[in-house]
Write a protein that binds this ligand. Structure first.
Ligand code: ADP
Ligand code: MG
Ligand code: MG
Length: 252
């Protein structure tokens, strides 16, 4: 079944009116993994932020349907409760909020919206422990403030920990591989693969073929100037790696 359907999506930076997305078309079905590649500044992060309802952007035309409903009718929080998740390219630090409290609040908000009972602190720790271990994260990360003083790689692991806790249906991962060493990349990819189910989907933005060796994409899209200009299978990423964007254009 179709999970996310984006048609002709155009969006501007609200403060300046600058158009960033210029007619994005994208269909994501359950069980699929989509990779979006494209030069810096092509609008990849903007697409992901518009989908989760980031306040900096205004949708000017086009549609996005998530689980059969108009995504843009929903507040960002409702989108999250409906299982849409974005791991930010640059995860924010939240001083004064412990990672453990943050994760439990987010998890319980999602559980409530699914009609499931909330986790108490002890129960939540039991739920969280194996996920933490799978990501090779030390339990001490739970006592620290969200992302505060975390290294780049630790922030990325923490984003995937959030994803694991929320059990999202549609995970958008923006450059989850950037700044990761090989071990961290392997842990993060294994965690993402471990979360894949027949009824959920992953949309990952990346510059590197390397990530796609670990997480096999169903489709690879190339984004340019606010549009998806080319779609193919995993061989498209290999072509890109070999020849760059210019070679890809010539072959089109
Ligand atoms: P990518 O993720 O593909 O590198 P982005 O979506 O981050 O690209 O950005 C696309 C373009 O939109 C860039 O030129 C960027 O500077 C601009 N842009 C994105 N968000 C904003 C913003 N909030 N204010 C001003 N310009 C923005
Ligand atoms: Mg970029
Ligand atoms: Mg980006």
């Amino acid at each position: 079944d179709v999970l996310l359907e984006v048609r002709g999506l155009c969006a501007v930076v609200e403060a300046t009116g600058k158009e960033i997305l210029r007619g994005v078309d994208l269909t994501v079905r359950q069980g699929e993994v989509h990779a979006i590649m494209g030069k810096n500044g092509s609008g990849k992060s903007t697409l992901s932020k518009v989908l989760v309802g980031h306040p900096d952007y205004l949708v000017t035309s086009g549609t996005a349907t998530y689980k059969g409903e108009n995504l843009f009718d929903k507040e960002p929080e409702e989108r999250s409760h409906a299982g849409l998740f974005l791991s930010f390219q640059s995860p924010v630090e939240i001083p004064g909020v412990s990672n453990m409290d943050f994760l439990r609040m987010a998890c319980n908000a999602r559980r409530s919206s699914l009609g499931l009972p909330e986790f108490g602190p002890l129960e939540f720790y039991g739920f969280l422990s194996p996920k933490l271990a799978a990501l090779n994260m030390d339990p001490s990360f739970l006592d620290r403030n969200v992302n505060e003083g975390f290294s780049g790689g630790e922030k990325k692991r923490n984003e995937i920990l959030q994803l694991a806790v929320l059990e999202a249906d549609m995970a958008i991962l923006d450059e989850i591989d950037s700044g990761l060493d090989v071990d961290a990349l392997r842990d993060v990819a294994a965690a993402v693969n471990g979360l894949r189910k027949s009824d959920n989907a992953v949309l990952m933005i990346t510059h590197y073929q390397r990530l796609l060796d670990y997480i096999k994409p169903t489709y690879v899209h190339i984004m340019e100037a606010g549009r998806i200009v080319k779609t193919g299978d995993s061989s498209l990423a290999l072509q890109l790696e070999a020849g760059g964007y210019e070679a890809l254009k010539e072959s089109a």
